[in-house]
Design a protein around this ligand. Structure first.
Ligand code: ADP
Ligand code: MG
Length: 385
């Protein structure tokens, strides 16, 4: 059953009447371009088939009442009490979006309250951006119900602001733009400096390639220190280099300032500089019809995230090694790191071997292997019903 149907049923069960509408938005897989978004850089995500749906109706009692099929209990919040940082737990994502939209469009929005029922098949904390899927589905719902006529860039910005200022996770704009702007059958080249988004057909099917995703089962919380610390290190490195952001740096500039940066900031900055180049090289290769050649860039991205940016974990390294050993053209961790998922680019004929090799890394750890799933570019956020 689709997330949209589940959200509708949960709404009916909880609130005793059908919702006024149902909206959904997808998780995303970032093919390449990790930890580049908050450095004004490039990324190449696509929307995945897994989605989060929100069934919504206005209320008249001034309450914001939320339920999620993935969480216990009911959240009940006064619509007039919504201020920055006032909501804790999972409801901070959807209510943060309402708060962020109010910051732009006025305090009075939905002062009479809202009922929301959420359902999702995007795994949480797996690097597939369940957070943006939830934010973007909510933003689409509020935009339609409130007749706000905000465009998708503005809705993405509201989602990011919710995550940054209500949840307290200093993430970039990649996830929200991917969820709202991805074409149904292609990846999206994002220039995170201006938010420019260009469809890039990948040509994987024609090249006999598939993308597998495996959840390591090691889960992170982006509000924890590691992500924020990396972000701060990038800002300091940019200051030392005298550039507005690491987007403007290059390897020659890094070499010039090697001493002043010190070994740690040098490596952090080198990841961002080389990762931006890998995104653009990937786009060039797929446009030239050389999709099979991008495997090396994907694996180089993993090595850089592991060695220079130090956000991988042994469980992800093991999946990547196993996939490559079984014939994947390239593999890497995806998402912010410290756990989450890994992807592998696999010739279709080798899917069973690569899947089995990945499963073997879990057997070696003595934990049950999660399903290794194939993902293809899928539809962006929309109204379901
Ligand atoms: P990711 O975006 O990689 O899945 P995050 O830590 O950024 O991981 O976001 C996961 C958090 O988003 C969850 O811990 C929860 O608070 C919230 N969330 C995501 N999906 C749902 C859902 N269906 N119901 C309730 N909360 C959700
Ligand atoms: Mg997230």
């Amino acid at each position: 059953m689709s997330a949209g149907t589940l959200a509708r049923e949960l709404f009916l069960e909880t609130f005793g009447e059908p919702p006024q509408g149902v909206w959904s938005s997808p998780g995303r897989l970032n093919l390449i371009g990790e930890h580049t978004d908050y450095n004004d850089g490039f990324a190449l995500p696509f929307a995945i088939p897994q989605r989060t749906a929100v069934a919504v109706s206005p209320r008249s009692d001034g309450r914001l009442v939320l339920v999620s099929a993935q969480r216990q209990g009911v959240v009940d919040f006064a619509a007039s009490a919504l201020t920055r940082g006032s909501v804790e737990g999972w409801a901070a994502y959807p209510l943060g979006v309402l708060w962020a939209i109010r910051e732009v469009r006025g305090e009075h929005l939905f002062a009479e309250g809202l009922s929301l029922a959420i359902a999702s098949d995007v795994p949480t904390g797996a690097g597939l951006s369940s957070s943006a899927a939830l934010e973007c589905a909510t933003a689409l719902a509020l935009n339609d119900l409130g007749h706000l006529r905000l465009n998708r860039h503005q809705l993405a910005a509201a989602g990011r602001r919710a995550e940054n200022e209500m949840v307290g996770a200093p993430t970039g704009i990649l996830d929200q733009l991917a969820s709202l702007l991805s074409p149904s059958d292609a990846a999206l080249l994002l220039d995170c400096r201006g938010g420019e988004a260009t469809p890039v057909p990948l040509g994987f099917a024609a090249a006999g390639l598939a993308v597998l995703v495996a959840d390591s089962g090691v889960h992170h919380n982006l509000a924890d220190g590691g992500y924020a610390q990396r972000r701060a290190q990038c800002e300091v490195a940019a200051q030392v280099l005298g550039v507005a952001s690491l987007r403007d740096a290059n390897l020659a500039l890094l070499e010039e300032h090697r001493e002043r940066l010190g070994p740690l900031l040098f490596r952090r900055a080198r990841h961002v500089v080389t990762e931006n180049a890998r995104v653009l090289d990937t786009v060039r290769l797929v446009r030239e019809g050389e999709a099979r050649e991008i495997g090396g860039l994907i694996s180089a991205s993993h090595a850089s995230l592991r060695d220079d940016f130090e956000v991988s974990v042994p469980e992800l390294d093991a999946i990547v090694e196993a996939a490559n050993g079984a014939g994947a053209l390239g593999a890497r961790m995806v998402g912010g790191g410290f756990g989450g998922s890994a992807l592998a680019l696999v010739p279709r004929g080798l899917l069973p071997e690569v899947g089995a090799a990945i499963a073997g890394t879990f057997a070696a750890r003595g934990v049950p292997a999660p399903p290794v799933v194939e993902v293809v570019p899928s539809a962006p956020g929309h109204r379901d019903s």
